[in-house]
Design a protein around this ligand. Structure first.
Ligand code: ADP
Ligand code: MG
Length: 256
């Protein structure tokens, strides 16, 4: 075994995998750019730390069960003037998550609610927060199942572990009173402890109908809105815009 092969093996034993993978390249750069010992060691350590951060982000992203990976940088704010890009950049510093506040994104289908929720989730992961993504429907089904199996307490604790819980698509599918009750229990648990992002196609005035009970909906909103930011997104579906551009659908004439 050559001296370099042995070094590569030692690096793998130390789990310094990026270094092991790029050993030849590093040595070549060091020689070419005449790095002194300190610079060489500094660059090597920086690279390995970056690799570790990437791995951690990748793992946390997988565990969060995001439906897709999209970032703030992928979002076209020019197409969506109802969102204040500056406010959103501030939100992406995720200080509100540290404070356990809530963000509610309201608007019709296709305007980017899920995209923005995911993008903020990724920012939170990058800041080291544990996050979890779920649709409202899957969340309530999971709580109802746990309740039937006498494991509600355990499941509620599980949903409280994440520092940020994203509940997507409140309002697409009506929730029965039992489901609303379970959801309320979760909201009470997280209240002032963990941050949440919720997205909905229904304005708050429609949540009574969504939850099948005006009293529970009011109790939920009371807690959710106490420390919160609401963004109302207006405008046309981005999906529609892409179809219009591709000529798959024709724009409907406005009647008034
Ligand atoms: P919603 O959750 O509001 O129904 P999505 O977030 O799923 O909408 O957006 C629908 C699709 O359009 C996604 O692929 C999303 O990435 C994209 N999209 C929406 N708005 C924008 C935008 N302003 N810039 C870039 N992509 C967008
Ligand atoms: Mg969506």
């Amino acid at each position: 075994m050559s001296h370099l092969d042995a070094l590569e093996q030692d690096l793998r034993d130390l789990k310094l995998t990026r270094l092991a993978d790029q050993l030849q390249g590093f040595l070549a750069s060091a020689a070419k750019q005449e790095w002194d010992y300190g610079t060489f060691l500094g660059n090597v350590v920086k690279e390995e730390l970056a690799a570790r951060r990437d791995r951690r982000t990748e793992m946390a992203t997988r565990m969060a069960r995001l439906p897709f990976v999209k970032t703030i940088e992928n979002f076209d704010f020019a197409y969506q003037p109802s969102i204040n890009a500056k406010q959103f950049k501030e939100l992406s510093a995720v200080r509100w998550i540290a404070n356990g506040e809530n963000l509610i994104l309201l608007g019709p289908p296709g305007v980017g609610k899920t995209h923005l929720a995911v993008a903020l989730g990724i920012k939170a992961i990058e800041q080291g927060y544990k996050i979890q993504f779920t649709s409202a429907q899957a969340l309530i089904a999971s709580l109802a199942r746990a309740n039937m199996e006498n494991r509600l307490e355990e499941r509620l604790k599980l949903y409280c572990q994440a520092k940020l819980l994203i509940v997507d698509e409140i309002g697409y599918i009506p929730i029965d009173r039992h489901g609303a009750n379970l959801f309320f229990q979760l909201i009470s648990r997280r209240y002032e402890k963990g941050a949440m992002i919720m997205t909905s196609n229904q304005p708050f005035s429609g949540w009574g109908e969504v939850f099948g009970d005006a009293v529970i909906a009011t109790a939920i909103l009371d807690r959710v809105l106490h420390h919160s930011i609401t963004i109302n997104i207006k405008g046309e579906s981005y999906r529609l815009k892409e179809k219009l551009k591709a000529g798959i659908v024709q724009r409907q004439e406005q009647k008034d």
